[in-house]
Design a protein around this ligand. Sequence first.
Ligand code: FAD
Length: 290
Amino acid sequence: MKIKDILKNNKVTVSFEVFPPKEWAKLVDTKAVIAEMVKYKPAFMSVTYGASGTASGYTSEIANAIAQGGVTPLSHLTCVNSTKEKVDSVLDELKANRVENILALRGDVPQDYDRGASHDFYHASELIGEIKSRGDFCIGGACYPECHPESKNRVEDIARLKDKVDCGLDFLTTQMFFDNEKFFDFREMCAIKEINVPIIAGIMPITNAKQIKRSVELSNCTLPKKFERIMERFGENPDAMKQAGVIYATEQIIDLMANGVNNIHIYTMNKPDVAEQIMKGLSAIINEQS
Ligand code: FAD
């Protein structure tokens, strides 16, 4: 099913994310993670592409495992470090595997990247046209409530986002954020700029203190005082930190839903227990709003 159709009916949706393994031998573990996660009936499940050193070659395998679990898969695809030939072969493989949804991304620019040299793609917007030319895919893109780290300012960031959406995006998923007010401001700016596609709020349950330091560094997102105090108090106790992180994410989602945000994507990071705890914490709320 196309994600744009899943999002159409204004119902609450909660989706999950998995990342592929670094090596073929671990694929079986990733499939076991997926088998656990589909039990909580997410609206769809995304599979990342080449992020954090994971292999990009298992995208179709993982998408198939998700589909076999009765859940709609969304495959991420990056372009900056790729060629038209490689992108086309991935798209053809996804099409052959009946994967209908793609998150079109630039990816992180390699340190030795020569901007002056000839490349097939640079920005995600250039990838959108290529995806459209290879099949009838539903295409999503990334957005940044607290601004992409490379953007000069928020005005510039939103202007580029508008251009990207106008290239043919069906929906957006946000970078993680920990302060809902940042999302509400961003939603308003998008409305002013007439960015009218559904915006799925990306929520990262922080389950250990080390993870948050790295995530915040990479993503440019701010940590509210409330969360800093949780880390100071529980950061050295893994079980307590995990419980607090899951509850914080659950509360964030409840507040988003109370403010009319119906579409939530949880960065579940291959942790079925985290998905389970959050879904249990939301069970009556999801049913109430469905
Ligand atoms: P773009 O849309 O190209 O934007 C990048 C920067 O360029 C922004 O500052 C933007 O304002 C600017 N810009 C865009 N278009 C133009 C233009 N035409 N002219 C001038 N400036 C422009 N990374 C992975 O490697 N694998 C993944 O699976 C992955 N999944 C992600 C999922 C989500 C929901 C998010 C939010 C990020 C994900 N990332 C992933 C990280 C992403 O690749 C990085 O954030 C990357 O730095 C930017 O990607 P983008 O698609 O937003 O790029």
